[in-house]
Design a protein around this ligand. Structure first.
Ligand SMILES: Cc1ncc(COP(=O)(O)O)c(C=O)c1O
Length: 416
């Protein structure tokens, strides 16, 4: 792939091989196509965590210089996360995973929701954004399912319209399903939910590695993603809009002021060395954006970096989808078109071969893919997919290459 200027006239998109050199693991020869499960990290992230542990591993908030440095790192990581999601009217809460953060959020809502109030759950959701809300049925909250249309692999807006009413407190949905790969119209969903007086909890885990998050533009109340799927340490970020945060009691100690945000929602604090790694991701984003090492890590930089990521990824998705479309017996689970509304997470099943068989054969090569329900358990059931066998999923990020995709297709050709 050669360098090029992107359509918006921003800095040229770097060569993919130059980007790959930033990731030590990519030199191993393994073809990483299980990125929706977790991505690799650039050396700058790994080095920053290593350095933090060796040089500044003390507790926050004391007056001595080392502690002041640690506190500054953790504060700067929060600021980075706010820039990353474009949080102008809210806070970035750091936690150990999306599952943990959503459980925490649901336990906060359990204290303010009343019996008879309703929560709408999209059937396309990952269990992390379903289970915590379903468990609120124990306090008398009613769950209403926003049904998936198996023909289009989407939850239609009309379906949501029919479910919303004055009792609806929350709508929980994935911005992108980790099985289907399609990007939903989040601003339209938020507008509908807000018109009914409901808050929106969007799971951005499968979106975040591929596009720039913009909670400000989407006006969403809660937005969560896992940093370990976006070239960072094993953590997660939960954005909460100011007014949504103000409605909830945080889970931290009683003596911590309610307006001490985001700390009120970070019981035990954030992972400190993880914060160092998260912050260092800014250096990689500079490279991806084609900016110099002295560039500021600001919104334009984040947006340019992800515009480049999209441009690098889309041809790979198109190639795999074209190939699968040409294979008799293959059912692509999700949109078959590699357009702007789709990320490079591609799932399929085969009418004769089990997903397990296909992946077992691929596993014998140095290509990492996966089969299963991927915790989109309900979705698999609704789509008539045997849940334990699930789908075959290959998921790309911008550091994958066409050479790697051709290798996968060669192996698949021998199996299908
Ligand atoms: C779409 C989606 N949501 C939520 C999660 C859960 O994320 P975590 O592992 O950070 O709890 C995943 C993990 O694979 C996911 O793909």
């Amino acid at each position: 792939m050669t360098a090029r200027t992107d359509n918006a006239g921003r800095a040229p998109c770097p060569d993919v091989d130059a980007l790959r050199r930033a990731f030590p693991a990519l030199a191993s020869g393994v073809v990483f196509l299980e990125n929706a499960g977790g991505s690799q990290v650039p050396a700058c992230v790994a080095d920053a965590m290593h350095r933090y542990l060796r040089e500044t591993y003390v507790q926050l908030g004391a007056g001595h210089p080392l502690s002041r440095r640690c506190t500054a790192t953790v504060d700067a990581a929060h600021a980075f996360a706010r820039t990353f999601v474009h949080a102008r009217r809210g806070h970035a809460i750091l936690g150990s995973s999306t599952t943990v953060l959503l459980n925490m959020l649901a336990s906060c809502y359990a204290q303010v929701l009343k019996p008879g109030q309703e929560i709408v759950l999209a059937e396309t959701g990952h269990e992390a954004n379903l289970g915590p809300w379903k468990r609120l049925e124990r306090i008398g909250v009613k769950v209403r399912w926003w049904r998936v249309d198996p023909a289009t692999f989407t939850c239609p807006l009309d379906g949501l319209r029919e479910l919303l009413n004055e009792k609806t407190a929350l709508v929980a949905l994935p911005h992108v399903s980790n099985l289907l790969g399609g990007i939903v119209d989040l601003p339209a969903i938020v507008a509908l939910a807000h018109a009914a007086g409901a808050r929106v909890v969007a799971d951005g885990v499968a979106f975040a590695p591929h596009r720039a998050i913009d909670v400000e533009a989407w006006d969403v109340d809660w937005y969560v993603y896992s940093t370990y799927k976006v070239f960072g340490p094993h953590m997660a970020v939960l954005y909460g809009r100011e007014d949504a945060l103000a409605e909830l009691p945080g889970p931290n100690h009683d003596f911590i002021p309610r307006n001490d945000l985001p700390y009120q929602f970070e019981p035990g604090g954030a992972n400190h060395e993880g914060c160092a790694g998260l912050l260092a991701l800014g250096d990689y984003l500079k490279l991806l954006a084609g900016a110099g090492p002295d560039a500021a890590v600001d919104r334009p930089l984040v947006e340019t970096a992800f515009a480049h990521a999209t441009a690098l990824e889309q041809p790979l998705t198109a190639r795999l989808l074209d190939y699968l479309g040409s294979k008799p017996g293959v059912r692509v689970i999700g949109s078959p078109v590699a357009d702007d509304q789709r990320v490079g997470t591609v799932s399929f099943t085969h009418e004769r071969l089990s997903s397990r068989e296909i992946v077992a054969a691929v596993d014998r090569t140095e290509i990492a893919i996966r089969n299963g329900h991927m915790y989109a358990y309900r979705l698999c059931g609704e789509l008539g997919i045997p849940v334990e066998d699930g789908v075959v999923r290959a998921s790309f990020v911008h550091t994958n290459t066409m050479r790697e995709i051709e290798r996968l297709l060669e192996v698949l050709d021998g199996i299908l």
